[in-house]
Design a protein. Structure first.
Lengths: 177, 443
């Protein structure tokens, strides 16, 4: 007889709080409040943003160890958020771009391996207009996050994101996902 | 020579003012010149295609570009590296529509024509229907001429061009310092990142040829935070280093070798096992250039560049590691480029160092990298500030070169010519002199 208990369901009230967390995060990123966004991360955070590759069915092969667009920890994200968050330390974002982060398709489940952690999948649509480029840049992405309960709220312990463009249709990605 | 699209050779020559170290902004904004570049430069010289470590096994392939032609870089079933025009000889469709893969050949998606990994036509839809009236050997995939140096695979459509070795010439001594400094050479860390600056392709090669002062203005903040581990006074130190360090011109290569101050210990942050390999593989003069190198940035004309230097986001808690990015600036339109960008590390590096090298690379030189993202804005501005009726009648100015071009370093240990400052603009401008030679038909 299996001793495995049924997976814990994320109840409605908790799901609503998680959605609020994600909408609040989307607001922070839309407003480029990187200092405040940084406080949402755990000290052991691992933040990664990969990109797709096209293979014919059955022919995929690994080239090198793999290089995502972002692979950051708490230390490097502190440097990044300091630079992006201060108008005197960024050329790309001074004047700051207009950002609108749409976070959708939020799915949540308790982590199988930690009692105080929650897995959250979401999708992102980032809509950006730069001062020097009125044509909007639109980027789709998917995130797989591991949140850790922290007091009344949550912190992001791990983010594995994947952008949906193989050749990025923008001169830079001077933002975080 | 043929007069094409309204540009006479003498008119093209006058676009780059050798005497005054200036050039017309039309070279960045004129559509006809862009079309001529695709013809006169990109069909005629050696272009970087990929690294041998991307196709290690027979049957491995990746898809690339030569100018605006799609090509397949493949290691055939005998181990020979080939560059095949990615266009079926039947009706022209792309034979391979993926980024990379492995196989025993290529099958066209339209009528099922099959080609071997060496590009030979193996089968049409139904060979008998040709009734013997067609020589199938004339329908093999078109091939470029391939050359490889230090793991770098180049190709050209010009069968009259000198060999790659002859073409690179003195550049090889400098390529060796970056790509050939251990017995097994470099290896790529993954498939390339690709993104789309909205400016003419030449701005990148010029900047990497290399532009000293922008490093202080545009990259000042990240330099303060993290170059060589973010040591105090980094910006002042790096400014002095840039002003006083050598720029080099050697064959089709131009670049800088920024030297750290003598107080900085040599091989700061390096793996001692790798340093031992450098010493046994490189000449002493090459070792001397590398051991205190804060930045090596260079361009091999027309559009292959690299950038290398030590980075560390927290000297107390993380090792200082060198980032090493190589890139191709692909000409898409007169005002649009795609940067294709790879990260390299020594094949002999241990797993931990390979990981650190990857992190150093992706955190600095890629679309969201702390260095690249700001350059994009300056370059986009150049395009917008040069396209107008009035603005395109102005010049781009490299006149610091007037002060340096007649003062090469007298006792420089390497081949080619060296100048005593990364601010000299001579080596940047040299890319436009090569451009002028190809475009006017002098070369």
């Amino acid at each position: 007889m299996s001793t495995q208990t049924a997976p814990r369901v994320v109840e409605d009230a908790l799901y609503r709080r998680l959605c609020d967390f994600y909408y609040d995060e989307a607001d922070l990123l839309s407003q480029r409040q990187y200092g405040k966004w940084f406080t949402l991360l755990t000290e052991d955070v691992h933040y990664r943003v990969g990109f797709p590759e096209f293979y014919e069915h059955g022919t995929r092969r690994q080239v090198g160890i793999g290089n995502p667009y972002f692979d950051d920890n708490h230390i490097s994200l502190k440097v990044r958020t300091n630079l992006l968050g201060n108008p005197t330390t960024t050329t790309a974002e001074n004047p700051p771009s207009i950002y609108n982060y749409f976070v959708t398709n939020i799915r949540t489940r308790w982590a199988a391996d930690q009692t105080d952690e929650i897995d959250v999948d979401s999708r992102l649509l980032i809509y950006r207009v730069r001062a020097s480029e009125p044509v909007p840049f639109i980027l789709g992405a998917r995130r797989k996050d591991r949140l850790r309960i922290a007091g009344d709220g949550f912190r992001i312990a791990r983010r594995d994101a994947m952008i949906d463009q193989s050749i990025i249709q923008s001169p830079n990605m001077s933002f975080l996902l | 020579m043929r007069i094409e699209q309204g540009w006479q050779p003498s008119e093209i020559e006058s676009l780059v003012d050798v005497e005054n170290a200036t050039a017309s902004r039309l070279i960045f904004t004129d559509e006809n010149l862009f079309r001529l570049e695709l013809q006169r430069i990109f069909t005629r010289t050696w272009l970087y295609i990929g690294h041998e470590s991307e196709i290690p096994k027979n049957g491995d392939y990746v898809t690339r570009k030569m100018g605006n032609d799609p090509v397949i870089l493949v290691r055939d079933d005998k181990g020979r590296v080939r560059v095949l025009l990615n266009s079926c000889t039947h009706r022209g469709t792309l034979v391979c529509r993926t980024d990379s893969g492995h196989g025993r050949g290529f099958t066209c998606p339209y009528h099922g024509w099959v080609y071997s990994t060496s590009g030979a036509l193996v089968a049409t839809a139904e060979d008998n229907t040709y009734g013997g009236k067609v020589d199938f050997r004339s329908l093999d995939l078109r091939q470029a001429r391939v050359g490889s140096y230090a793991g770098l695979v180049f190709a050209t459509w010009n069968h009259d061009a000198p060999s790659l070795d002859e073409h690179l010439g003195d550049a090889r001594w400098y390529l060796d310092i970056m790509f050939n400094r251990t017995p097994k050479g470099m290896t790529v860390l993954g498939l390339p990142h690709r993104w789309s600056p909205t400016n003419n392709w030449k701005l990148g090669p010029l900047n990497f040829g290399a532009d000293g002062p922008h490093a202080v203005k545009v990259h000042g903040p990240i330099v303060d935070a993290a170059l060589a581990g973010g040591m105090p006074g980094a910006r002042a130190m790096i400014t002095k280093a840039l002003v006083d360090s050598p720029s080099v011109a050697a064959g089709p290569y131009n670049g800088i070798w920024t030297q750290g101050p003598v107080e900085m210990p040599p091989w700061f942050g390096y793996d001692p096992d790798l340093v031992a390999l450098y010493r046994q593989t490189l000449k002493p003069e090459q070792v001397q250039i590398l051991e205190r190198c804060l930045a090596s940035v260079g361009t091999v004309f027309p559009n292959f560049s690299w950038v290398y230097g030590p980075i560390g986001f927290d000297m107390q808690r993380e090792p200082v590691t060198n980032f090493f990015a190589i890139r191709v600036w692909q000409p898409i339109a007169v005002n649009r480029t795609e940067i294709w960008n790879w990260f390299l590390v020594e094949e002999e590096a241990g797993e931990a160092l390979k990981q650190q090298a990857m992190l150093a690379g992706v955190r600095t030189f890629t679309a969201g990298g702390t260095f690249d993202q700001d350059d994009a804005e300056a370059w986009h501005g150049i395009q917008r500030g040069s396209e107008g009726e009035i603005s395109r009648t102005l010049d781009v100015n490299f006149q610091v070169a007037l002060n340096y071009r007649d003062r090469p370093i007298a006792d420089w240990a390497g081949p080619g010519v060296a100048y005593p400052s990364n601010y000299c603009e001579v080596t940047e401008f040299n890319n436009l002199l090569q451009w002028r030679d190809y475009m006017s038909g002098a070369r």
